[in-house]
Design a protein around this ligand. Structure first.
Ligand code: HEC
Length: 91
């Protein structure tokens, strides 16, 4: 079978375009979301102790603490990123 060079180029570039699009979408999903974070925080971070004020810690401290709490609370990576986004924007 003989495929024209132009057909192949068009096919290849559409595949590359689609791959590029899906990686952009995947990236957006990994970014922490403030609203989802506020919800996940209010539902999860009160289960074991009193709710901690976001102002209690600095941005860098919230990263360490939330990852520490992730193990205790059994949170997903996305929930952790959302909660961190919420805490860092509220302190
Ligand atoms: C499964 C129970 C549990 C859940 C759920 C939980 N924590 Fe904790 N948390 C603890 C325990 C136990 C401690 C006591 C000290 C320790 O283990 O570090 C603690 C301590 C803390 C501290 C004190 C500082 C520190 O690192 O010791 C902060 C702040 C905190 N938690 C925030 C949170 C936040 C934010 C969430 C939600 C993402 C959360 N916790 C969810 C059990 C939990």
């Amino acid at each position: 079978m003989l495929i024209k060079k132009t057909t192949l180029t068009a096919l290849l570039s559409s595949v590359m375009f689609t791959a590029g699009m899906s990686s952009v979408v995947a990236e957006q999903e990994t970014v922490g979301d403030f609203t989802r974070g506020a919800k996940a925080w209010s539902q999860n971070c009160i289960r074991c102790h009193n709710v901690r004020d976001p102002k209690e810690l600095r941005d860098d401290q919230w990263i360490t603490t939330t990852f520490h709490m992730r193990i205790r609370a059994g949170l997903t990576g996305q929930e952790v990123r959302d909660i961190i986004a919420f805490l860092q924007q509220s302190n």
